[in-house]
Design a protein around this ligand. Structure first.
Ligand code: SDX
Length: 374
């Protein structure tokens, strides 16, 4: 059968399973969560409602939202074992290693972690969602030698993450831009980290193990690590006037430009226009027009020389910078959002599970004799 020998390197173009969580349409540059356009969700509903939608398939009624929020807010106190584990790590640890360890510890402290019933999976998903802001905030603050901020139960999830990080609730324009980014980052079909989570879930391992693995997959600069790489690129370039020259050198050296290109979208990432608008609001708010000039100069030079367009990480990186996050914190912020999509996919995988176990074509030595050992 010649079909069986066809190699799909990187699984490019391969349809592995069905999903009803999100639809990525590269022809129309659109992204739907459970049927709703993501830009409309970003404009009209809270991130907690997006989380509910991804998990349950429908937007919550006011009562359903109230119940979810109440349960989430009760679980905002950082698990003491997680705090100890984070504080035991050097502040030089990669922030994604800290998040990965924290998620793993949360699994070890959940007595119900091995329970794969739908209710238990939902409870574990909400627990991760409730704990991640404290994890991300604590790690940024300890790196800056600042004391931990105690959680509050009177703030929405996005406001609360910002409060835990900065010790105060920022202006509404910052909260709104941050909330937009969380909604846009939440879910994107079978991306590398989500697929990782589904592979782990498919062995009937536990939800925390699947999310721990997903964090590892997201860390890489070809995936989630790109948002912080964008900021490092800007720092390396300097000013808008230097962008074209920097790019020429970069492409001549066959280097990748972080924040550009996408495996699925070839005519632009559906989420970029919405995130770019949020970035522009942050630029207006902070007066940092030189950053926007550099952003535009690199985008234009890249389009002119390669035709390759930005992905979500390109506007998200500088937007997080203007919100006051350290560059090293950007990918952990991606985790805090994407945990909703990962856990929705873990639940979908387990609802009609098949062990994920593809084939490979062997190209090593032919059968041979093991030599006699003296
Ligand atoms: C995310 O899958 C998802 O949905 C991911 C994501 C999500 O929400 O989960 O959208 C989040 O991961 C966004 C992507 C973040 N990564 C980066 O910004 C890193 C830089 N981008 C690339 O390395 C690249 O575009 C990828 C990894 C995103 C996609 O890679 P592919 O599909 O394997 O494509 P490729 O690397 O084979 O590129 C095709 C061509 C190559 O040139 P040729 O060898 O054909 O001459 O385009 C070139 C590439 O060199 N190219 C780039 C480039 N992206 C593609 N050249 C320079 N800079 C780039 N960014």
């Amino acid at each position: 059968d010649p079909q069986a020998k066809e190699i799909h390197k990187g699984l490019a173009g391969v349809v592995v399973d069905t999903t009803s969580i999100s639809k990525v349409d590269p022809d129309t540059n659109s992204l739907l969560y459970r049927g709703y356009p993501v830009q409309d969700l970003a404009a009209r509903v809270s991130f907690e409602e997006v989380a509910y939608l991804l998990w349950h398939g429908e937007l919550p009624t006011p009562d359903e939202l109230q119940a979810q929020n109440a349960t989430e807010r009760l679980q905002r106190d950082l698990d003491p074992d997680v705090r100890d584990a984070i504080l035991a790590l050097p502040t030089t640890a990669h922030p994604m290693d800290v998040v990965r360890t924290a998620v793993s510890v949360l699994g070890a402290t959940d007595p119900d972690a091995e329970n794969l019933d739908p209710d238990a999976l939902q409870a574990a998903s909400l627990r991760l969602f409730a704990q991640l802001p404290a994890i991300v905030a604590l790690d940024q603050r300890r790196r800056l030698d600042l004391p931990e901020v105690a959680p509050r139960a009177d703030l929405g999830w996005c406001e609360h993450l910002l409060y835990l990080t900065f010790g105060q609730v920022p202006d509404a324009v910052v909260v709104d831009a941050f909330s937009v980014s969380m909604t846009l980052y939440a879910e994107h079909s079978f991306n590398a980290s989500t697929f990782t989570a589904r592979v782990i879930a498919s062995t009937l391992s536990d939800l925390y193990s699947a999310v721990t693995g997903a964090v590892g997959a997201l860390k890489g600069p070809l995936h989630g690590g790109a948002n912080e790489a964008v900021m490092r690129t800007f720092a390396e370039i300097g000013t808008a006037d230097d962008a074209a020259g920097w790019l020429a050198d970069r492409l001549a050296a066959k280097g990748k430009v972080m924040g550009f290109g996408h495996r699925v979208y070839k005519h632009g990432d559906s989420r970029v226009p919405t995130m770019r608008e949020a970035l522009v609001r942050m630029v207006d708010h902070t007066g940092r027009t030189e950053l926007m000039a550099l952003y535009a100069a690199l985008e234009d030079a890249m389009a002119e020389r390669t035709g390759i367009l930005p992905n979500l990480d390109y506007p998200a990186g500088p937007a997080y910078h203007l919100m006051g996050f350290e560059t090293a914190t950007f990918t952990p912020l991606f985790v805090a959002s994407r945990v909703t999509g990962w856990t929705a996919h873990i639940m979908e995988q387990l609802a009609s599970n098949a062990l994920i176990r593809p084939l490979s074509e062997y190209v090593g030595p032919e059968r041979r004799e093991v030599p006699e050992r003296p």
